[in-house]
Design a protein around this ligand. Structure first.
Ligand SMILES: Nc1ncnc2c1ncn2[C@@H]1O[C@H](COP(=O)(O)OP(=O)(O)OP(=O)(O)O)[C@@H](O)[C@H]1O
Length: 295
């Protein structure tokens, strides 16, 4: 996958099975991402999404294959890659500022306390938490805690953001606001993002590409959906775009029936499946958008 910023090359992950053999979660998985691309991964529970994310984060190692980032194979975690999980994982005894400053100080070890705090405050302001710097996590709502987690991730100025269902524990209103903020920040800062979600509308709103994974074990990338919606899409315009419903139906149909049927399709004798180049589709791309929602 020449010239890709992130190149997942033939990775496999196998775990010991109770019968003494090994279960293959996935194998020979290939995927490439460009710099600045926002990718969402969708697939049923257990297909291996978090395992792929952990490998990208350097928190887990593939049993086979490699992940190359900017020309170098991953060897463990790096401050170039920030991870945001569903649960924020804040240090409860530290304030908002203390939590973010801790990350800043671990990246820029020679900075003075004043420099660290000034930088941390900028990230806190970016996620709309200016004024809450001295609160402890217990004094914050779930949405505010998740904002602190995002501020902490952004504060180290990562090249890549890895997000595992970052908004799934939030109420719909807070989730929408945070999606808007993450989208704005990622576009402004040119972040490369790999995000796992179970929320089809979230993927449609945020992603440039949506990776559809089949059910595990031996999950594979069934399709890569190139989002046909304009890059400058606005939340309240997305559902008015003529490509929205074809796109949404395609993904839901995959989740409801095709992800399972896929295994049977692949079992058909003579069926050839190129794991290295899964089909790229763009449902609804052929429908002309009305002038009002064109980017
Ligand atoms: N350390 C481990 N040992 C054994 N099996 C594991 C281990 N980690 C993950 N698995 C198995 O690998 C499979 C994929 O897990 P993973 O968490 O990556 O799935 P997922 O697609 O992210 O699921 P979900 O959507 O529920 O978070 C699951 O069957 C899980 O039980």
């Amino acid at each position: 996958m020449a010239n890709a910023y992130i190149s997942i090359e033939a990775i496999a992950r196998r775990f010991p099975a109770p019968d003494g053999n090994r279960t293959t979660i996935f194998e020979d998985l290939w995927f490439a991402m460009d710099r600045g691309e926002f990718v969402c991964v969708i697939g049923h529970s257990g297909c291996g999404k978090t395992t792929v994310l952990n490998i990208l984060a350097g928190l887990d190692e593939p049993t086979e294959g490699a992940v190359i980032i900017d020309g170098k194979a991953i060897e463990g975690p790096s401050l170039d890659r920030a991870v945001i999980f569903q649960s924020h994982g804040l240090l409860p005894w530290r304030t908002v500022l203390g939590n973010v400053a801790y990350a800043v100080a671990s990246k820029w070890r020679d900075w003075s306390k004043a420099q660290v705090e000034e930088h941390a405050k900028k990230s806190i302001a970016l996620v709309g938490l200016a004024g809450a710097e001295h609160k402890k996590p217990a004094e914050l709502s779930g949405g505010m805690k998740q904002r602190v987690g995002i501020a902490r991730a952004l504060s180290i100025e990562p090249k890549i953001m890895l997000m595992d269902e970052p908004f799934s524990a939030l109420d719909a209103l807070t989730r929408g606001t945070l999606q808007d903020e993450v989208r704005r920040i990622c576009r402004d800062t040119g972040q490369t993002v790999f995000m796992i979600t179970h929320d089809v509308d979230e993927a449609i709103y945020l992603a440039d590409k949506i990776v559809l994974m089949t059910n595990g074990p031996d999950a594979r990338i069934a399709e890569i959906v190139a989002n046909p919606l304009p890059a400058g899409r606005a939340r309240n315009e997305v559902h008015k775009h003529p490509a929205y419903y074809p796109l949404r139906s395609h993904i839901i149909d995959f989740l409801v029936s095709r992800s399972k049927a896929f295994t049977e399709e692949l079992a058909v004798p003579g069926k050839v499946w190129n794991r290295r180049a899964p089909p790229v589709v763009s449902p609804g791309a052929d429908v002309a958008p009305p002038a009002a929602v064109t980017a």
